[in-house]
Design a protein around this ligand. Structure first.
Ligand SMILES: [Zn+2]
Length: 232
């Protein structure tokens, strides 16, 4: 008895094993692979094969589209370049706000990022000598950020000449009752003062006194070593 073999839907006979036909449409602008506007590969292995787009590029930038195979490296993304400025490479807070996960956890780590004076002032509650800091008489417009974590802390338009020899501000950047700086009672050196720190990373900034100009009447007396100016 002659039996008839029934093919499964995925099984092919020899007569159907036709060679795959490829049709490649190459961009008429550049004709190449890199920077090409669009290359479309159509595959006809049988009549129902769909048109498959295997490569397309951004028509604006010319960058190649991401590969569809997740196991392949994404060659369209340039590798992250390390900072070229050695100072920024050592302390990323000089370039902007540092991500939480990139903030040091120990004094040993802080010491690697900061200059000896910055470490002594910002992490050990030291005080730079009057009239010696980088910003005591600076009038350049901009934003003063924390030297440790890069958080914006003070604005140049709230800086005033107090004659004390340290950068003086009438208010933190988000106001006297804001959240950028924290205040602590300080009874060191036989004095009762109010210490000001960066609320985010705990860096010692200076002290706040009640002899400032209106409208706050406050003087935030800040060490230059604890801040960095982002010029406008
Ligand atoms: Zn900070």
């Amino acid at each position: 008895m002659k039996t008839r073999h029934r093919r499964s839907p995925t099984e092919r006979s020899d007569s159907q094993a036709e060679p795959t036909t490829l049709l490649r449409l190459v961009c008429v602008v550049c004709g190449g692979i890199v920077g090409c506007f669009a290359i479309v590969l159509a595959t006809w292995s049988n009549q129902s094969a769909p048109l498959q787009i295997v490569h397309a590029a951004d028509p604006v930038s010319g960058a190649a589209a991401m590969p569809t195979d997740p196991t392949q490296p994404d060659l369209t993304q340039s590798p992250t370049q390390p900072p070229t400025d050695p100072a920024v490479a050592a302390n990323p807070a000089l370039a902007g706000r540092v991500a939480d996960e990139d903030l040091p956890k120990t004094n040993a780590e802080w010491r690697k990022r900061l200059s000896p004076e910055q470490f002594e002032v910002a992490r050990k509650k030291g005080t730079e000598r009057a009239f010696t800091g980088k910003y005591w008489d600076t009038t350049t417009p901009g934003i003063y950020r924390c030297i440790c974590c890069g958080e914006p802390l003070f604005k140049s338009n709230e800086k005033f000449e107090s004659g004390c020899g340290w950068p003086s501000f009438s208010s933190p950047i988000d106001g006297v009752k804001g959240t950028t700086v924290a205040e602590h009672e300080d009874v060191s050196h036989f004095m009762r003062r109010t210490e000001v720190t960066c609320r985010r990373c705990g860096a010692h900034l200076g002290h706040v006194f009640n002899d400032g100009p209106p409208p706050t009447g406050l003087r935030y007396c800040i060490n230059s070593a604890s801040i960095v100016l982002d010029k406008k």
